[in-house]
Structures are given as structure tokens and as C-alpha cells.
Design a protein around this ligand. Structure first.
Ligand code: GLA
Length: 391
């Protein structure tokens, strides 16, 4: 739930930006996420293991008596206004793309909406691989769901949020981030099977802290490379399907099938798919390792995942590699790897409780020494999924 100080702050901002109104106010929030392991596997119908975190995006707003949708970001003090009927994909990623995409897809679903105005306040760092976009999409959907009493079930909220990203923002992402933003649970990681969307909640061992390190790197390449990875994997999928027509996605591809088509596909496609097969196995093992608090196993799996992302899927960057290498030599670190889409952003580290400060001190110092750059270290908690309510 939202603490009272946030509620009064959001309401104050709402009145400040749009003036006073008698309409009742609806509030919502949705969290960012840190993916523990299972990177670039969701869009192959594979396994992922994210944690919703206590960095949140908030929305507060109300009805209007016209057909305008007006949104304002408290973070950057920018405002945007559209007629509902004129909402169309902007063809580029702007701050409001993720705020208005959900409204666009609801209209595409033929759900009747009236004018509305709302403010947005975000705590999730943008472009850092902690899923600020999904947090915003889910927060807006929950807000609209509550404002118009749409009674959308939670899974539908997650699917629509993903559609907003695919169709309005034009990013061909998978479902992991939106699902985590909806279904997050305090103290737990979510093991998600992205084929059937069965979700198991696994407690994060109390003696381990989730620490993220922001490399400060933001690559504009990220979304074009993201789409390119899907294409590269498709080459392999099509080759396997010619021999095994029942294969639907990379999840169904075995090592033997991959070897069978090796001579027919590019070396790049082979490497990409080999990573995905291995990563899916690692997620299954990581679920058990987290459950049993198996330190060595977690270390090995996180290490393997990062190596695979670095050399086989090639979505890491030198700064993330440096952060993971430094973390590997710090006492109290259970596991370290890049998290999220890659090409910059954050690493995720599981660190023994009580060792976080020392970890932060060493990583800041060493990162500066190796790259000349600053790293931002955040100790996060596994938090709850998004909620909305009316005043
Ligand atoms: C982004 C996408 C997710 C997922 C990750 C990589 O965060 O939005 O769907 O593919 O990258 O694991």
C-alpha cells in the first residue's frame, strides 16, 4: 500500500498541475523489478526468476468532463495532452510513451473511456534494466481500471501492459516485467514459466540482500539489438521446425535438436540459442538453490548466466563485466550478474546481510579505478505488486 505522505504529495501535485476539482481521486502504484536469473528467455516461452522491488511508480488522477487525456510527470515537470480519439503510436520512445500506451490499447480493445487527468511520480531509474517502463504501464492500467471500474483481472492487466509496450512503444519485449509488476510479493522471488504463466513464489533467504549496481551506462542500441536477438534465434527455430514440426518455441528445443541443425544455421544463431537452452536450465536449478539457500550453487549459476550473456548472447558491455568481476572478489557476495535487457544498466548482486556497506564501498572504489566512472549502489527489498484504490 502507499504510505500517507505519498498520498498527500501526489494529491498536492495533482491539484497543483490541474487545479482543484470535486472529482474523486484514484491512486495506483506498480513496482520495478530485478531479474535474479533467466535473462532473454521470456520471449522464448522459457523460465524467468524476477523480484518486484520497493522502487515504485505512482499515479494519481481523476475524471475530466471532456475527451482529453492529460498526463504530467512530476519528475520532469512535463505535461502532455491528447484527445482520446487521436491517440496513436508515436513511433519513438518519449517520456509519455509508456504513460499513454495503456490507454491506447484499452481503446483498441473497444473499452469505453472518458477524459482523465493524472500525475506520475517514478522512483525506478529509467533505462537501468529495472523495468521503469513496465512499472509505469502497469501503474497507469491499474489507475484506469479503478477510475472506470473496468474490473480487469490482474493477468489481463499484465498482458495489456505488455501490448502497450509492443504496439505503442514499439518494443518487442516479453512478459516478465509486466507480470512481476502485477504479481510481486513481499520477500519473494517469482519463478515464472512464460509458456503457461504458472508462477511460484520462492522466499528470498532472509540472510541475503538484493543489491543493484547502476553502471551509469545507457545504450540507445538496446531496443534495436533486442529485436535483432529475436531474429537471430528465429533462424535456428525455423531450422529445427523443418525437422520437428511440433516445436513451438526455443523452450521445446533440446541440445540434440540444436546440434542436428548446427551445420544449417549461422554460427551466431547457434550461439544465441545455445545460451537460451543453458539459461533455462540454470533458472530451474536457481529455483532450488534459492529455496535451499545453496550459496555455492547460486554463485555458479549467476556466474554462468553472466558469461552466457557476455559471450554467447552478447548483450553485456564492458562496464557491466567490470562490475561483475569486482563483485566476484568481494567477501560476502553470493552471486553477481547483469540484470535486464543489457547494454548497460544494472548488475544484481546477492550479498550476505551485514556486508552491504563494505560491498558498496569496495565496488565504488574499484569501479572508479577501472572505468573512471561512478556507480550507484542500491540495497533493495522484494516488494509487493501494483495496487489501485479510490479516495
Ligand atoms: C527486457 C524485456 C523483458 C525481458 C528482458 C530480458 O526487460 O522487457 O521482457 O526480455 O529484457 O530478460
Amino acid at each position: 500500500m502507499i504510505e500517507n505522505e505519498y498520498l498527500s504529495f501526489l494529491k498536492h501535485e495533482l491539484n497543483n498541475v490541474f487545479g482543484y476539482s470535486r472529482e474523486r481521486v484514484c491512486f495506483s502504484f506498480a513496482p520495478g523489478r530485478v531479474n535474479l536469473i533467466g535473462e532473454h528467455t521470456d520471449y522464448h516461452e522459457g523460465f524467468v526468476f524476477p523480484v518486484a522491488v520497493n522502487l515504485r511508480t505512482f499515479v494519481a488522477g481523476r475524471l475530466r468532463r471532456d475527451d482529453l487525456v492529460c498526463a504530467c510527470s512530476v519528475n520532469n515537470r512535463q505535461k502532455i495532452e491528447f484527445r482520446l480519439s487521436e491517440l496513436a503510436p508515436p513511433g519513438q520512445s518519449l517520456w509519455w510513451t509508456y504513460a499513454l500506451g495503456p490507454i491506447y490499447v484499452l481503446r483498441e480493445e473497444k473499452i469505453h473511456l472518458d477524459g482523465m487527468e493524472f500525475v506520475i511520480y517514478g522512483e525506478v531509474p529509467q533505462g537501468g534494466g529495472l523495468s521503469s517502463s513496465a512499472a509505469l504501464e502497469v501503474a497507469v492500467l491499474l489507475f484506469v481500471n479503478s477510475l472506470f471500474n473496468l474490473s480487469l483481472p490482474p493477468d489481463k492487466v499484465a498482458y495489456l501492459a505488455r501490448r502497450a509496450e509492443n504496439e505503442f512503444a514499439g518494443v518487442p519485449c516479453g512478459i516478465m516485467d509486466q507480470w512481476a509488476a502485477v504479481f510481486g510479493r513481499e520477500g519473494h522471488a517469482l519463478f515464472i514459466d512464460c509458456r503457461g504463466m504458472e508462477t511460484e513464489f520462492v522466499p528470498v533467504p532472509g540472510r541475503w540482500s538484493i543489491v543493484v549496481c547502476d553502471s551509469g551506462v545507457r545504450h540507445s542500441l538496446a531496443s534495436s539489438e533486442y529485436a535483432k536477438r529475436q531474429e537471430e534465434c528465429r533462424e535456428c527455430l525455423l531450422a529445427v521446425r523443418r525437422k520437428h514440426p511440433h516445436v513451438k518455441a526455443l523452450l521445446d528445443v533440446t541440445e540434440e535438436m540444436l546440434e542436428e541443425v548446427r551445420g544449417e544455421i549461422s554460427e551466431v544463431a547457434y550461439r544465441r540459442c545455445s545460451y537460451v537452452l543453458e539459461e533455462n536450465r540454470r533458472v530451474l536449478e536457481a529455483k532450488e538453490a534459492l529455496r535451499t539457500g545453496n550459496r555455492e550453487k547460486v554463485r555458479e549459476l549467476f556466474g554462468g548466466s553472466h558469461e552466457g550473456l557476455r559471450y554467447k548472447y552478447e548483450v553485456s558491455c564492458s562496464e557491466l563485466d567490470v562490475l561483475v568481476e569486482i563483485a566476484g572478489s568481494i567477501p560476502g557476495v553470493v552471486g553477481a550478474r547483469m540484470t535486464g535487457g543489457g547494454f548497460g544498466g544494472n548488475t544484481v548482486n546477492l550479498v550476505e546481510k551485514g556486508m552491504e556497506e563494505e560491498f558498496g564501498r569496495i565496488i565504488c572504489q574499484e569501479y572508479k579505478k577501472h572505468t573512471g566512472k561512478e556507480v550507484k549502489v542500491r540495497v533493495l527489498e522484494a516488494g509487493e505488486g501494483g495496487r489501485a484504490w479510490q479516495e
